[in-house]
Design a protein around this ligand. Structure first.
Ligand code: HEC
Ligand code: HEC
Length: 377
């Protein structure tokens, strides 16, 4: 009897293996054809298409930047002023290098084609915007004057030497419409990705609906902006900023595919959370506060959890951890798939550079993974 089952199993496995190989072959053949048809358009080899870009964004970016790029832990990307001032080169390099020491991970394992697909998707939000291309001409302003202007006009948000807003640049409990944390513009990866001309244009333009004003609104002349750009560039040369660490991993996001419906998954989550001594705090739709109540999507939810014992212990070790608690989980439904995602506690803690904290975070990460596994499988 048992043997029979084993034989059946082996038969079934070989059958599945054959099917998988056949499928893989079909997919590969399809990709090659697709890639060839795209090479004529000056893209790259590998599959570059908006659909896979959308999927990758959903899996790798949405948990921080919000689906459709509305923003969350990460800055909003779906902004008119952002999309009309940033080049594709900047996006590509930012995604590849991340921001060392900040929350934005380096996605060094994505292929160039995958990153380009993500960019294609990001651009698809506002197709009417002309994508800027910048010359690499350096701006030669006055460093000293630039520093004076920086200290007066930028320092209170971007902080000394552009290290960026408080802590890791993330507050997990921050409501999504709360003030944005100023990015690290002295960061080595930002300076490596952004050309002088692009930085200048960003400062001249500002970003609507964020605290970042235009140069004019800050009372700066074009010459002042040139000096500030020169000052920012000097931070890179002086080696005052953290060097890009290529070892920084991109598994910042824990993701599970659920075998249940979205409603069942949420109920499972609540139960699993209780079992692991977490308190369920609340759930809301992802676009809560952004659209009228009756238009809120029922395909995307945020769930807040907290384990107060852990919170209190961790706060004693390092008070900065309070900034990203309680933990937040995103549940999205795309076609027939329900995905459960969260930022990895291990990853977040690795940004704090505190060994004792790292250990409790690892303990937490394991609980977290168990909880997500229980509610999805
Ligand atoms: C009131 C706070 C505030 C001040 C003052 C301010 N910024 Fe910003 N800045 C921000 C925020 C917040 C963002 C992110 C906006 C977003 O969501 O895209 C930003 C974005 C930027 C960016 C884009 C970088 C990136 O990674 O998104 C640059 C460059 C920049 N600021 C430079 C400056 C310079 C130079 C000054 C001074 C002349 C300045 N800012 C003054 C808050 C500020
Ligand atoms: C763990 C959270 C997290 C994930 C995951 C994440 N980001 Fe970010 N991202 C951030 C934060 C926070 C910033 C602001 C950087 C800073 O504070 O200096 C940022 C900055 C950026 C910027 C620069 C924005 C600007 O104003 O210039 C881009 C572009 C970006 N992210 C794209 C992506 C893409 C694409 C993905 C997925 C492949 C991704 N991010 C995944 C948190 C994240």
């Amino acid at each position: 009897m048992l043997q029979n089952k084993t034989q059946n199993f082996i038969l079934l496995s070989s059958f599945l293996a054959v099917i998988s190989v056949a499928l893989l072959f079909l997919i590969l053949a399809g990709s090659v054809a697709f890639a060839q048809s795209h090479e004529h358009h000056g893209l790259t080899n590998g599959v570059v298409d908006v659909q896979s870009g959308k999927m990758l964004f959903q899996k790798k970016c949405a948990v921080c930047h919000g689906s459709e790029g509305v923003g969350g832990v990460g800055v909003p990307l779906n902004l008119h002023d952002f999309l009309r001032t940033t080049s594709n080169r900047y996006l590509l390099q930012t995604i590849r290098m991340g921001r060392p020491g900040r929350v934005m991970p380096a996605f060094s394992t994505l292929t160039k084609a995958q990153v380009q697909s993500i960019i294609l998707y990001i651009r698809s939000w506002r197709p009417e915007i002309e994508i800027p291309v910048y010359s690499l001409d350096l701006i030669e302003g006055d460093v000293k004057k630039g520093q004076v202007t920086y200290d007066a006009a930028c320092d209170n948000c971007h902080r000394e030497k552009g290290i960026g807003g408080e802590g890791t640049g993330v507050t997990f409990s921050r409501p999504r419409n709360a003030e944005l944390i100023a990015p690290a513009i002295g960061n080595s990866a930002f300076l490596a990705a952004a050309s002088d001309q692009m930085i200048k244009r960003i400062i001249m333009t500002g970003r609507e609906s964020t605290p970042m004003d235009s140069a004019m609104a800050m009372g700066l002349k074009e010459e002042d902006v040139d000096n500030v750009v020169t000052y920012l560039r000097s931070l890179e040369e002086n080696g005052t900023v953290q060097k890009v660490k290529h070892s920084q991993r991109d598994d910042a996001v824990l993701m599970y595919e659920s075998s249940y419906s979205i409603e069942e998954t949420i109920e499972n989550m609540k139960r699993a959370a209780l079992g692991h001594n977490f308190r369920y705090i609340r759930e809301q739709t992802l676009d809560h506060g952004f659209v009228e109540k009756d238009q809120e999507s029922n395909h995307e939810y945020l769930i807040y959890f907290c384990n107060f014992t852990f919170l209190n212990q961790a706060l004693l070790v390092d008070p900065r951890i309070g900034m990203f608690l309680p933990f937040r989980t995103t549940i999205v439904k795309k076609e027939d798939t329900v995905l459960v995602m969260t930022v990895s506690p291990d990853y977040l803690c690795s940004l704090f550079n505190n060994n004792e904290l790292k250990q409790s975070c690892h303990f937490m990460a394991e609980k977290y993974e168990a909880m997500l596994e229980e509610s999805t499988f």
